[in-house]
Write a protein that binds this ligand. Structure first.
Ligand code: DQA
Length: 148
């Protein structure tokens, strides 16, 4: 099973960016922990971060035929990007939406996701653990769907 983890804008600054909101773990540390969990689950994992909407769209388009599922933190594009939504609608790869912060406890404009209704599920508010929880939930979902 291959799971792609896709990260949107400003997540490259984790660790130094608003640590009271996003915690002190760097994106590299989140990646290492997620890859370790994937290995323990016997799952292949790829990792991408981009600050550019078009690159995120292309990464989603590239999932078709290459990934069984995706863990996606689209960051601010979660709340703004019909292009990201359309890409997810086009490829129809099962994904879990994750956020470090609890987007429902933040400013009104962050409380709405343009992606969530397309997701298998959403994990929001557990800091770096959101990625692990999202990965575990997705792998279980795919395994039970495939009768494994
Ligand atoms: C975020 C929440 C978004 O609202 C914000 O734009 C981010 C990070 C999170 O992981 O908590 O960049 O997706």
């Amino acid at each position: 099973m291959h799971i792609a983890v896709l990260n949107g804008p400003n997540l490259n600054l984790l660790g130094e960016r608003e640590p009271d909101v996003y915690g002190r773990a760097t994106l590299r540390e989140v990646e290492t922990a997620t890859r370790e969990r994937a290995r323990a689950l016997g799952v292949e994992c790829s990792w991408t971060q981009t600050n550019h909407e078009g690159e995120l769209v292309e990464a989603i388009q590239g999932l078709r035929g290459r990934a069984d599922g995706a863990v996606i933190n689209a960051a601010a594009f979660t709340h703004t990007s019909l292009a990201v939504r359309d890409a997810l609608l086009a490829v129809r790869v099962p994904f879990v939406e994750v956020h470090l912060s609890n987007i429902f406890a933040r400013e009104p404009e962050r409380r709405h996701s343009l992606l969530a209704d397309l997701a298998v599920g959403v994990v929001t508010g557990f800091g770096a653990e959101s990625y692990r929880l999202g990965l575990e939930g997705l792998v279980k979902h795919l395994a039970s769907r495939d009768g494994r």
